[in-house]
Design a protein. Structure first.
Length: 278
């Protein structure tokens, strides 16, 4: 009888201990969530429901400006920025008649921008190939310094070809208006959803992949001389693509060597932005 009581007391103690641990974890998570809620306020959310992207949020990139390699083949075609099954499908397709790519790009310019806060985009790659160049990035709505790269650029995610890693890069200029940049690469599982984030705060930019801090960019050294990031930035989602070399342009991912795997496609599950609470 005594042994039975001791055994039961031990069991009761163990159950109580586990319960306390679980309650503590729950309490800690709740506290962390409360801290996040007290620091940030959700101000933009698009989960791409329906059968077209929301024109209150997005417009097609202005194809008249398609002078850079990434924008050379942009077309205002809904099929290149197609919404279906809860995803935005950013595409690059191959036109057999012209023997050139056609690419999709949409942006929140003049519709939504933010100065300080967190942006998070969840996306995966349904198809890819040599010459493909999908990206998620930020550009200044009202630049402190005119022109690129003076106004600054934040590349939340860029993927080249069939790489199993992505690039996260910041572009700006130094005091002499010379282009300078800072970037890192981070491994991913390309066919699975990954989250790509930037936290933008005064004089500091943090990059994340799947909630893991990957890089910090701060206003110091040469970057402090012409720091352009203390202003509003808008969002661009696009799937750029190279040609076969006909245009004479230099494309970061190199040229297309085969058209067998087109269309290339990045599927975006959501875009969310939280504003930094003052």
């Amino acid at each position: 009888m005594k042994a039975y009581k001791i055994k039961n007391i031990q069991s009761i103690f163990l159950i109580g201990f586990v319960s306390c641990v679980l309650l503590s974890c729950s309490s800690n998570k709740k506290t962390a969530d409360q801290q996040l809620a007290s620091k940030y306020r959700l101000i933009f959310e698009d989960e791409f429901k329906g059968n077209a992207y929301d024109k209150n949020h997005w417009t097609s990139y202005d194809v008249k400006n398609g002078k850079s390699p990434w924008s050379r083949f942009v077309m205002d075609d809904a099929k290149l920025a197609e919404v279906k099954n809860g995803n935005l499908h950013m595409k690059a397709r191959w036109n057999k008649e012209t023997d050139l790519p056609e690419t999709g790009a949409i942006q929140t310019k003049d519709k939504f921008s933010f100065k300080y806060g967190k942006i998070e985009v969840r996306a995966k790659f349904n198809s890819a190939g040599q010459g493909g160049w999908p990206a998620i990035w930020l550009m200044p709505q009202n630049g402190i310094y005119p022109g690129w790269p003076n106004g600054g650029e934040m590349d939340i995610m860029e993927r080249l070809n069939t790489d199993n890693f992505v690039h996260q890069v910041v572009h700006q200029s130094d005091g002499a208006a010379k282009h300078i940049s800072s970037g890192i690469t981070q491994e991913i599982a390309p066919s699975e959803y990954n989250t790509y984030s930037v936290i933008k705060s005064p004089n500091r930019i943090e990059f994340y992949v799947n909630e893991k801090l990957t890089a910090v960019h701060e206003s110091k050294d040469d970057f402090a001389k012409r720091w352009p990031f203390e202003t509003d930035y808008y969002i661009i989602l696009n799937h750029a693509c190279a040609d076969k070399g006909q245009s004479g342009s230099t494309f970061w991912p190199g040229y297309v060597t085969s058209t067998d795997n087109f269309p290339y496609e990045m599927a975006v599950d959501y875009v969310k932005v939280w504003e930094l609470v003052k």
